[in-house]
Write a protein that binds this ligand. Structure first.
Ligand SMILES: C[S@@+](CC[C@H](N)C(=O)[O-])C[C@H]1O[C@@H](n2cnc3c(N)ncnc32)[C@H](O)[C@@H]1O
Length: 223
């Protein structure tokens, strides 16, 4: 019996999962993008942090290395990729907490985290699921907590637009190209939603986004 929820795997096909790390290292400016995302969060000692769609755990481990006293959790729908993340975590002095689950129904109580990261996850979700995932992120963030996204965004030039068009055959990036991700974040209740960086990559335009949960916000539903 297949007990995994439905999801698009890291490189679209399950058989490519084991090649995810070497391919992304080779094809994508991952170090610059991941470092900038972690830097913008300014994580403090003791803060609980969640990385959703954590994949092989590269960003999750970078967060832990940057702030070793933070409590860093990684969540992914795919058990196979979580096994790779676990092996990498086992080689690390300070372990991360890994869990299987889906972005649209996060297995955490309201107001658990100071920061939630989402790196290259959102373009794996349908429009409805992106909106549901953003609501879930809002729910599990503490008031004043922050969301940090790295994902496809609105292209600023023709080359990036053409590359993004190609990606539309494989993944759910149409809303990203239309610049709708920040608007979805605002609709989920986030304020100060801001594009903080823009990268030209061979897959298309990638942006970093920061969004804040207002200090006076409360999470309505309980899980
Ligand atoms: C392109 S990979 C990104 C992995 C990692 N965050 C990174 O930056 O390299 C997308 C990840 O999202 C996961 N994923 C897809 N749909 C998901 C869902 N509904 N809930 C949780 N994870 C999901 C996939 O299993 C995959 O590991």
């Amino acid at each position: 019996m297949n007990r995994q929820p439905h999801f698009i795997p890291a490189f679209h096909f399950h058989w490519l999962t084991r090649w995810y790390d070497p391919m992304i290292r080779w094809l994508f400016p991952e170090l610059g993008i991941r470092s900038a995302l972690v830097t913008q969060a300014r994580i403090r000692s003791g803060q609980p942090v969640l990385d959703i769609g954590c994949g092989t755990g590269t960003l999750t481990l970078l967060i832990k290395q940057t702030e070793p006293e933070a409590v860093v959790c990684g969540l992914d729908a795919d058990l196979e990729i979580l096994r790779i993340a676990q092996e990498k975590s086992d080689r690390n002095e300070k372990p991360i907490l890994l869990q299987q689950g889906t972005a649209t129904c996060l297995p955490y109580a309201n107001e658990t985290f100071d920061h939630v990261f989402s790196s290259l996850l959102m373009h794996h979700l349908t429009r409805v699921d992106k909106q549901q995932a953003l609501k879930e992120i809002f729910r599990v963030l503490k008031p004043g907590g922050e969301l940090h996204i790295a994902d496809f965004g609105e292209p600023h030039d023709v080359t990036m637009w053409l590359l993004s068009r190609g990606m539309r055959w494989f993944e759910e990036i149409n809303d990203h190209v239309l610049g709708l991700l920040p608007i979805f974040a605002e609709k989920a209740g986030f304020h100060s939603v801001q594009e903080t960086a823009y990268y030209r990559t061979i897959f298309g335009a990638v942006v970093l986004i920061r969004a804040c949960k207002p200090d006076n916000a409360r999470s309505e539903h309980v899980h």
